[in-house]
Design a binder for this molecule. Structure first.
Ligand code: TRP
Length: 336
């Protein structure tokens, strides 16, 4: 029992394998995941089942899933320290997912803004999975009794549902699930589009100059930053409301150089945006270069990636299967 009091908090997070990660995914999520490993017991998941809520080309999904895992490894997720796995490799997620769905109210799911956005975006494929996706996400979290869930702003409503389900289940049956808390990182939590800096950077943006991909080469990175939308007052100063473009570039620059906003303002005083944008591009290209090198090396060794994922699935299942058994018993499913 003494051990219990010193148990490190458990973290679970997931990312969908919908194509090469952007700089936004890296700064907002993946970079922080790597940092959390020293302090917490971490489980990181490639959420391939979630990706099926929109139509996927099977070969692409397979490829994107392995690539996502390779990129997480390249970005510093250490499989000796953390459990890295693919969602569909751990059946407990869908098993608890059904129980979570049966403990989600139609009204609650109907209110999810992401559901409303996505159904508007794909009116020809408003499928049941898109609707119950937050219940599956709740199961992803609750099946590990995760204490903390690093998520972006757009996922806080889903996390809130996970808490509602946990609470509902605990009071209908008996205390079972840990109440998960969001773990929202402040600095650089949200990277904006380079073309429309009031919108989030997204790889589904038809304008390829609006986002940086983790695999972009130096030329592409410099070119995209050169074209980034700023403003006309010519002063490098952090002010999200008045200067969203410049502020976004400052955030990115700050992440890669460790300099704070005042230091950045001082550095570019009396210089134009041209110099500033080149400096941001250089910092990003230099910062991504080692990750890109690792990514290439790791991806070339599919057997290694697959071995990591196989071991991750085992480690995750060991925790999750026990929870499913416990829950199945509590809800009255016949045990043999
Ligand atoms: N829904 C998340 C996204 O689209 C990914 C995800 C799936 C997730 N399951 C999760 C994130 C569990 C945190 C915890 O970004």
């Amino acid at each position: 029992m003494a051990n219990e009091t010193v148990r490190r908090k458990r973290i679970l997070s997931g990312i969908q394998p919908t194509g090469t990660f952007t700089l936004g995914n890296y700064i907002g999520a993946v970079r922080n995941w790597a940092k959390l490993q020293d302090e917490f017991d971490c489980l990181y998941m490639v959420a391939d089942l979630h990706a099926l809520t929109v139509r996927q080309v099977p070969a692409d999904l397979r490829k994107n899933t392995r690539e996502a895992a390779a990129m997480l490894l390249a970005a510093g997720i250490d499989p000796k320290q953390s459990i890295l796995f693919v969602q569909s490799h751990v059946p407990a997620h869908t098993q608890l997912g059904w129980i979570a769905t049966c403990n989600s109210q139609f009204g609650e799911l109907s209110r999810m803004t992401q559901f409303k956005d996505k159904s508007a975006k794909h009116p020809d494929n408003v499928n049941g999975g898109l609707f119950t996706y937050p219940s599956l996400m709740a199961a992803d979290i609750l099946v590990y009794n995760a204490d903390l869930v690093p998520v972006g702003q757009d996922q806080t409503q889903h996390l809130e549902l996970a808490r509602t389900i946990a609470q509902r289940f605990n009071s209908s049956y008996s205390p079972t699930f840990t109440m998960p808390e969001g773990y929202i990182t402040k600095a650089g939590a949200k990277v904006m589009s380079l073309a429309e800096p009031t919108r989030k950077m997204s790889k589904s943006d038809p304008n390829v100059n609006s986002f940086i991909l983790m695999t972009d080469d130096k030329d592409a990175i410099l070119r995209k930053f050169k074209r980034a939308v700023t403003d006309c007052d010519g002063i490098v100063r952090y002010d999200v409301a008045e200067k969203p473009g410049v502020s976004n570039l400052m955030t990115i620059y700050s992440v890669f150089t460790g300099k704070d906003y005042d230091a950045i303002t001082a550095e570019f005083e009396g210089k134009g945006y041209g110099d500033f944008k080149i400096a941001v591009g250089e910092a990003v290209a230099d910062g991504l270069a080692p990750i890109q090198g690792e990514y290439k090396r790791i991806l070339a060794d599919k057997a290694y990636v697959d071995a990591v994922l196989a071991e991750g699935a085992q480690g995750a299942s060991r925790i999750a299967d026990r929870m499913v058994q416990k829950v199945y018993k509590k809800v009255g499913l016949l045990q043999l």
